[in-house]
Design a protein around this ligand. Structure first.
Ligand code: PEP
Ligand code: MG
Length: 314
């Protein structure tokens, strides 16, 4: 129950059969980090930098970004933080990182695609990430990746930033938000440390249903078996040793936790207030039962059918 979830919020989340699932927090501000740290977050699986610095009039200098990253790390008791590079465009405009006027911004120059047009701001951010990584555990993550060529471009820029700042230890990963990225994850993730599935965008692109359009919100459901199949594909095809996390909003839905564990996910990043409940949901899961649940969900015919499966007593 809720009281027990809160009492145990600072304990790790371990399934009934002894499998550890990391539960981090999605962070958009230093205040978020303080609250999530107090709520038992194991670091952050997603720092949304475009929101963290979204109120700035001009692009924040590397030193300012570094200081903010360190404050976030402090709030999370210096556990690892996953800094996502600028994810601007689509539904998230930033005044100091303008993109082109587009008829279909969600299918346009957004995320890493925009960073390639504004590479000075990208380089500056990577310097801040590296400088923070010299002082606290940091993972860096690139958004809206579609091709290996984009990954290689980002890795080149990161290598340049590292050369400038000095060798730092830094885990590197990409977000899986585009169906093509899930389908060819073996190529995209080769040589990386982790991938993190962004179910919000992955859902909108899989179902061709705008995540912000109420007229299609019933279609844009992360529990749709088509989305679950892509998540399973990522888990099965990712190269050995590359960790798979989920940081989209699906992970914050407590009823989806057994399903994600059953699909093979061992790291979740969720909205801060959900941390105690998500950890408790992990504790009430056994991986064998979760695997059977996931198999049934994958074969279901609709998100609604999956929801019914999740609600049924097990
Ligand atoms: C996502 O797409 O699931 C995600 C976590 O990124 P954002 O919601 O910031 O687009
Ligand atoms: Mg996204």
């Amino acid at each position: 129950d809720a009281a027990e979830a809160h009492r145990r919020s600072s304990e790790p989340a371990v399934t009934g059969d002894g499998v550890r699932v990391r539960v981090g927090a999605n962070i958009t501000s230093i205040g978020d980090a303080l609250a999530a740290g107090a709520a038992g977050a194991e670091g952050s699986g997603l720092v949304r930098t475009e929101i963290l610095f979204g109120a700035e009039a001009a692009a924040p200098a590397a030193g300012q970004q570094e200081a903010s990253f360190l404050s976030i790390a402090d709030g999370l008791h210096r556990q690892p933080i996953t800094i996502r590079t600028w994810d601007v465009g689509g539904d998230k405009p930033l005044p100091f990182l303008p993109g082109p006027q587009e008829a279909n911004p969600m299918l346009g120059v957004r995320g890493l695609r925009l960073s390639r047009h504004t590479s000075e701001a990208f380089d500056e951010q990577l310097e801040a990430v590296c400088a923070a990584a010299a002082q606290t555990p940091v993972r860096v993550m690139f958004p809206m990746v579609t091709t290996r060529e984009e990954v290689d471009w980002a890795l080149d820029r990161l290598a340049a930033a590292r050369a400038k700042v000095g060798e730092v230890s830094l885990a590197v990963g990409i977000m899986v938000e585009v169906p093509a990225a899930a389908l060819r994850i073996a190529q995209l993730a080769a040589g990386l440390d982790f991938v993190s599935i962004g179910t919000n965008d992955l859902t909108q692109y899989t179902l061709a249903a705008d995540r912000g359009n109420a007229g299609v919100s019933a279609l844009a459901d992360g529990l749709d078996p088509a989305v679950l199949q892509l998540i399973r594909r990522v888990v099965t095809d990712v190269p050995d040793g590359v960790e798979v996390a989920v940081c989209g909003d699906l992970a914050s839905q407590v009823e989806a936790v057994p399903l994600l564990v059953g699909l093979g996910i061992r790291e979740l990043s969720v909205v801060g207030p959900a941390i105690p409940r998500v950890k408790q949901a992990v504790r009430h899961t056994s991986t064998e039962a979760a695997r059977r649940l996931a198999d049934r969900a994958l074969a279901a015919s609709s998100a609604r059918a999956v929801r019914e499966l999740l609600a049924a007593p097990r």
